[in-house]
Design a protein. Structure first.
Length: 92
């Protein structure tokens, strides 16, 4: 699945997640797999608890981390594509 900055996304509410050492560990009952997220991945997961426009997500990340728009956009879109491949987030 390919996203654009105008798309609104939401994490799969069926995912079980918990904090461990400032990072999120998740379990997909559907996939039967565990996933671990680093600090920034964990923050993206938090921000997608409710539907959010990708453009707004990127703006929030730029406010919270020292990153330029181009790199933030590229890295975020790649990360979201990986989450979508595993059916951890959906387009609203």
């Amino acid at each position: 699945m390919t996203f654009t900055p105008e798309d609104t996304i939401h994490r799969d509410p069926k995912m079980l997640s918990s904090y461990m050492d400032n990072e999120i560990v998740m379990m997909s009952i559907e996939n039967g797999e565990y996933y671990g997220l680093n600090e920034i991945g964990s923050r993206i997961w938090e921000l997608t608890e409710k539907p959010i426009k990708i453009e707004d997500l990127i703006s929030k990340l730029m406010d919270e981390y020292e990153v330029d728009r181009e790199n933030c956009m590229k890295d975020t879109m790649e990360f979201l594509d990986k989450l979508a491949e595993k059916k951890l987030i959906v387009k609203v």
